[in-house]
Design a protein around this ligand. Structure first.
Ligand SMILES: [Zn+2]
Length: 369
């Protein structure tokens, strides 16, 4: 029997939850990780129409890009759209799970799916995501090393890509002398002690540092815990925002605009003229990507396809890059198929008998003439 947690574990091998922005709320929204799953419905927005589609198509698990819950709920008011949706989900026993900014920042995620749809080649991230890491080193008796490393890992230390509890250990000799007020867990006060210790080191995301240090101190047997925190300059590999790539053949601006409109099924496009008459290098960001405009210009791209562009952004782009707003829903929709494709492959590999289908409900509230 396949459960929700089996499917979400597969998702998180590709898009770990800790890739998401801190203010985002990705992962389980409503339902149970233990619930049985026979069919998964993948869509962009958690709406009542999508939940109706899930019941019509007998899908027990709904995976959406946009999360349903952001701010803490103070009540479940069923006269609001969100309250009705939550109640409908609970009543129907379906589970809702969201992969949002973690899906945006992962390789093969939202922007890669859009780039692929537009026929871009040699795609790479437009802006590499940098995360600040620290190296935490502590000195611990050999018999306590596992307990200390385990506590640090539980608090978020030692997580690298698809691996957790990553640490490095070297043996050495520690020395210390406790004063009259000390109560050493090894040796006697007033005497210089030599103790076999393990130098335990672990990579820690800056965001998790306070929790990891706290867990380390609690699990450590020493009264006075010796530890060092080193700053690192590592760039977290393999995650980023937006994508840049090249078209197989350069297109005139007009031909490129038609190409975008046709491929993403967009209505009328808003755009500004760039500098080049022909478009070859293209930057894209599925969804609201206006904050990447300067990166797109600096990258030398001829065009930048994204959504939710503001009035002044067009002025900033004029004469520099063909800036195109192709719609939030439209530029993110390609990722639905990317999720479906990924899950089908992974489920087949793991011999899990579960259907995965893309939603047909168009959840965009915007209409075009
Ligand atoms: Zn979005």
């Amino acid at each position: 029997m396949v459960r929700v947690k089996d499917i979400t574990a597969l998702m998180e091998r590709w898009v770990p939850r800790d890739l998401a922005l801190e203010k985002d709320n990705v992962g389980l929204q409503v339902g149970s990780p233990e619930a049985r799953v026979r069919r998964v419905l993948v869509g962009l927005d958690p709406t009542e129409a999508l939940v109706r589609e899930a019941s019509r198509r007998r899908s027990d698990l709904i995976i959406t890009h946009h999360p349903l819950l952001f701010t803490p709920l103070r009540n479940l008011n069923t006269s609001t759209a969100q309250g009705r949706l939550l109640a409908a989900l609970i009543r129907s026993g379906r589970t809702l799970y969201s992969a949002h900014t973690n899906l945006d920042f992962a390789p093969g995620g939202t922007s890669f799916a859009l780039g692929e749809l537009l026929g871009l080649r040699e795609m790479r991230f437009l802006a590499q995501q940098t995360r600040t890491y620290r190296k935490v080193v502590t000195f611990v008796p050999a018999d306590a090393a596992d307990a200390v490393a385990g506590a640090m890992a539980t608090a978020g230390g030692g997580a690298i890509g698809n691996y957790d509890t990553c640490s490095f250990r070297t043996r050495g000799t520690g020395t210390f002398r406790g004063n009259a007020a000390s109560s050493p867990s090894v040796g006697k006060r007033g005497r210089i002690e030599h103790v076999e210790e393990i130098r335990l080191e672990m990579l820690v995301d800056q965001r998790n540092l306070p929790a990891v240090l706290d867990a380390m101190r609690r699990a450590h047997p020493y009264e006075e815990v010796a530890y060092d925190v080193y700053p690192l300059e590592n760039i977290h590999p393999g995650t980023g925002m937006g994508v840049i790539g090249t078209l197989r053949m350069p297109l005139s601006r007009a031909a490129f605009l038609r190409h975008v409109r046709k491929r993403v099924h967009a209505g009328p496009l808003r755009y500004t003229r760039g500098r080049a008459a022909r478009i070859r290098t293209v930057a894209v960001c599925g969804g609201a990507g206006r904050r990447l405009l300067q990166e797109a210009i600096a990258s030398g791209a001829d065009a930048f396809v994204t959504a939710d562009v503001h009035y002044h952004d067009y002025q900033d782009a004029a004469g520099k890059i063909v800036l195109i707003d192709a719609g939030h829903f439209e530029t993110e929709l390609p990722v639905v198929n990317a999720v479906v494709r990924y899950l089908r492959i992974m489920l087949a590999q793991s011999r899990m008998d579960v259907d995965v289908i893309p939603a047909t409900t168009r959840t965009s509230a915007m209409m075009t003439l």
